[in-house]
Structure formats: C-alpha cells, structure tokens
Design a protein around this ligand. Structure first.
Ligand SMILES: Nc1ncnc2c1ncn2[C@@H]1O[C@H](COP(=O)(O)OP(=O)(O)OP(=O)(O)O)[C@@H](O)[C@H]1O
Ligand SMILES: [Mg+2]
Length: 229
C-alpha cells in the first residue's frame, strides 16, 4: 500500500436485486484529498458512497481503508471503523432534535467513549471555528437551515476522521449559503488532514475539489483538468 493512500476501491460492483447501481468502479483517495463526484440523478452516486463507507457490502471488487479490506471485517469492526475513522454529512443535516447543538456536534466523541465534559469542549471548539459558538445550547429546531448544515459539518469533523463522506451536503441551502458552508467545511477538513468524498450536482462546488469524477449509469470516470473546466 502506498502510505499516502487512505481509501482504495477496485472493481466495485453493487446490485439492487438484479439491477446494477455501481459498475466496476476504481477510486483512489489520498490522505487529505478532496474528491468530488457529480452525475445525474439515479446514476449511482449515493450507492457508491455507501460502498466506500462500508454501509453496503459490495457484490464484487474490494474497498480498502488504510490497507484493510472492508469486506473482511465483521459487523463490530466495521461499525467501529465507521464511527471512529469516518464522518458523514447528509443533504438535510439530520441532527437529533432532542439533543442540543453542542451535544449533536459532540456525538461521535461520546459514541467513542469520551467523557461528556471533554467531548463538549472539543465540540465547542469546532462549533466556534464554524461561527456557531453562540448556538451551543439551542435545539436544532431553533437554528436556521445554514446553521443546521454547519452543525452537521461540525459533527462530521469533531473526531478528526480520516475520511468524511458528504452526500449533497449543501443541497438544502440557497446557493450563496451553500458556497459559504462548503468553504468552511473544506477548509476545516483540509486544516485537519481529513479526506473528503463529496457528492454534488453543483459543478461550481465540484470545482473546489482536488480531483473530480463523473458517474454515468453506475460507471465512474475521472475528469481531466480540461474536462473539468
Ligand atoms: N434501495 C434500493 N433498492 C433498489 N434500487 C435502488 C435502491 N437505492 C437506489 N436504487 C436505484 O439505484 C440507482 C442509483 O441510485 P442512487 O441513489 O445511488 O443514485 P444517485 O446518483 O445518488 O441519485 P440522486 O442524485 O437522485 O441522489 C437508481 O436507479 C435508483 O433508483
Ligand atoms: Mg443520491
């Protein structure tokens, strides 16, 4: 294994019943790299993320994280890996309504067994870097859409994961707000060396990535520099 390589997928296939959703995909991600995947609705972008994150088992091929084949891990090892080394940001943020903003952001640390005071302090620091320090005690129902997405970003990065999987992380925001949240997300990820796999329909957003791919009918192709502009 190349030591700069964090995630490596080779020949990955995924089917829903008989229908292929991901076909023979190869993807290599270096430490700290931001990779953007664009493609039409239904082309298989989310399905590919599920394979890369070990959420769905692949039918064929393999996904290696730091050299370990996800297909060879048992359920417990796989959930520990997802919890501790991966972060996730979804389209609508999906915060837990009964927890405060800081408790939501601290969740990955609490799940990893960190004590409450320490987890909240670490969450407070990340929230502060995203301009959310004043919202710490609020509930998700008491913040705006853009703020919710920032809180989801804080939660995805608080435990300094190796890779964050982001599926249309700013899809619910207007374009100005989406650009701002995305800038903050990518700069925070870059500052802590977290690699990002970013699914987006927005080519403007994709242009901020280090590498770009397009998904068509389950097939992933890398975009060259010329194609990407
Ligand atoms: N659980 C499922 N069972 C059966 N088919 C599914 C399932 N999930 C997705 N599909 C199908 O697999 C294909 C790929 O879906 P996927 O959600 O990966 O696309 P996508 O590129 O993420 O689309 P979007 O941009 O709309 O989110 C689609 O044809 C979809 O209908
Ligand atoms: Mg999708």
């Amino acid at each position: 294994m190349n030591t700069s390589e964090v995630l490596c997928a080779t020949g990955v296939d995924l089917f829903y019943g008989e229908t292929p959703a991901v076909r023979n995909v190869d993807l290599f991600l270096r430490r700290g790299e931001v990779a953007a995947i664009t493609g039409q609705s239904g082309s298989g972008k989310s399905s590919l993320l599920y394979c890369l994150a070990g959420v769905l088992p692949v039918a064929c091929g393999e996904v290696r994280f730091e050299g370990r084949d996800l297909g060879e891990l048992d359920d417990e090892e796989l959930s520990a890996l997802r919890r501790e080394r991966f972060g996730f940001v979804f389209q609508y943020g999906e915060l837990l309504p009964e927890l405060t903003v800081e408790e939501n952001a601290a969740l990955p640390l609490r799940l990893a067994g960190q004590r409450k005071a320490e987890a909240l302090a670490a969450a407070g620091e990340v929230l502060g870097r995203l301009g959310l320090a004043e919202l710490r005690q609020r509930r998700p129902s008491q913040v705006s859409g853009g703020q919710s997405q920032r809180i989801a970003v804080a939660r995805a990065l608080v435990h300094r994961p190796a890779v964050v999987f982001a599926d249309e992380p700013t899809g619910s925001l207007d374009s100005a707000n989406a650009a701002a949240v995305l800038d903050e997300f990518l700069s925070l990820a870059r500052s802590q060396g977290t690699a990002v796999v970013l699914v987006t329909h927005d080519t403007q957003v994709a242009s901020r990535a280090d590498s770009r791919y397009v998904m068509r009918d389950g097939i992933l192709s890398a975009l060259t520099r010329e194609e990407a502009t």
